[in-house]
Design a protein around this ligand. Structure first.
Ligand code: HEM
Ligand code: HEM
Length: 349
């Protein structure tokens, strides 16, 4: 009875509002198309259950993510450049690391990084565990060594105990590799489900008209050719400037992207298509971090990747859609870390 009444009311309402009826048809078709191209972000609980990740490993990873003594100076942590309070990135053009050195690239977000096909702008690390060993050792990031890390962690009894719990049955669990596995486990929980776009994919009318237009343009102008899937990108490699190279300030000549990984001429200036989840939180944009305005980044993509000068309305609509990709941010408790002992190596300038 209730359903029949509701149907009669909504039919009468739609008959009186043809524009609304059109919008609902468009929305329904668009949803069906979008469901084929994109997948929602699961909750951390779903990932933990599916992948059977132990709480001890995640907790140890959380300590390590915020552990300044992994760095040579004892002041830089993963969170310095991937702050979980600011979209998992550092919001500066290129990251500042050891000795206040500026690195060559913008820091990508760690949020949802688990869904990327490979890590880094050039995809040179296969997964999060392989990735985590990089920054600890990079001279412009944490400037540390595996020996420094292991000596430091072994000098602190609470860490020794925690590694034993997180890696049960291992004879010598405090290793550089296990540090990376624990950080990976923690990073897998840094996901942002339930964005308005995901609500839309799930069947709710969660998007406004301009956002729906933006999604339609995003699909039909061809952005989806490179930015699709769960992370709306992060899956494939493409030349930055397929049609027209952006200026040298945005695409600096010194950074040839995947060429450094494969040493193949076709990979010059090839980069991973950026994952666009939470993109509204992670300015400035591109691997060079030279574009602060999301609308400008969208317009650049239009000319450089599609050979199409998007008009102002199109840029605004696509940008409005991109803003619906912001999900629920993980609430991360800052760990109280155990104190150093006499045996803990001292910081190095
Ligand atoms: C890339 C995690 C420390 C700056 C990444 C990525 C992850 C990550 C997962 C790849 C994301 C993606 O490709 O989408 C970590 C962890 C750290 C750490 C677990 C601690 C062990 C740092 C620090 C800095 C930094 C301290 C800054 C000094 C960067 C930059 C990139 C990056 C610039 C991009 C590099 C490139 O593409 O060549 N990090 N990070 N990270 N991180 Fe970190
Ligand atoms: C990066 C949006 C089309 C490949 C980006 C970024 C945005 C974006 C906002 C910056 C990500 C970040 O800084 O984290 C769009 C939109 C498009 C579009 C709105 C349609 C108008 C394409 C197409 C391709 C592509 C068709 C492939 C042919 C890339 C690549 C990057 C990127 C390789 C990384 C560039 C770099 O090295 O910094 N895109 N994109 N995009 N996109 Fe697109």
């Amino acid at each position: 009875m209730y359903n029949r009444l509701a149907l009669a009311i909504s039919c009468a309402f739609l008959a009186a509002n043809p524009a609304m009826a059109d919008q609902q048809v468009v929305e329904k078709d668009l949803r069906a198309t979008a469901q084929n191209l994109f997948q929602p972000i699961p909750t951390a609980e779903q990932i933990i259950t599916e992948q059977n990740i132990s709480n001890d490993k995640i907790e140890l990873g959380r300590w390590l993510f915020f552990e300044p003594r992994l760095s040579a100076s004892h002041i830089i942590t993963c969170n310095t450049c991937h702050s979980v309070g600011t979209g998992g990135a550092d919001n500066i053009p290129t990251s500042i690391g050891h000795g206040w050195q500026a690195g060559p690239r913008n820091s990508p977000t760690v949020l949802n990084a688990v869904f990327n096909a490979a890590q880094f702008w050039d995809g040179r690390a296969a997964d999060l565990a392989a990735q985590a060993k990089g920054p600890v050792q990079a001279s412009v990031e944490m400037n540390s060594t595996p020996e420094h890390v292991v000596t430091t962690l072994k000098s602190i009894p609470e860490y020794v105990e925690f590694f034993q719990k997180a890696f049960p049955g291992e004879k010598d669990p405090v290793t550089f590799d296990n540090m990376a596995y624990a950080i990976e486990a923690f990073e897998k929980t840094l996901v942002t489900p339930n964005s308005r776009f995901d609500q839309f994919l799930a069947g709710q009318s969660a998007l406004e008209q301009q956002e729906l237009q933006g999604l339609d343009l995003f699909i039909n102008k061809g952005c989806v050719a490179c930015h699709a899937g769960q992370n709306v990108g992060g899956q494939g490699y493409f030349p930055f400037g397929v049609i027209e190279k952006p200026g040298a300030n945005i695409l600096p000549e010194g950074d040839k992207g995947r060429f450094a990984v494969t040493e193949t001429a076709v990979d010059e200036y090839v980069f991973r298509a950026g994952p666009l989840r939470n993109i509204a939180l992670t300015a400035p944009y591109f691997h060079s971090g030279q574009v602060w305005d999301l609308e400008q980044a969208v317009a650049i993509m239009g000319t450089s990747q599609l050979g199409h000068d998007l008009n102002d309305g199109e840029v605004k609509a696509i940008t409005a859609f991109l803003k619906t990709l912001t999900g629920e941010q993980p609430k991360v408790e800052y760990p109280i870390l155990p104190p150093s002992t006499r045996d803990t190596p001292l910081p190095k300038p």
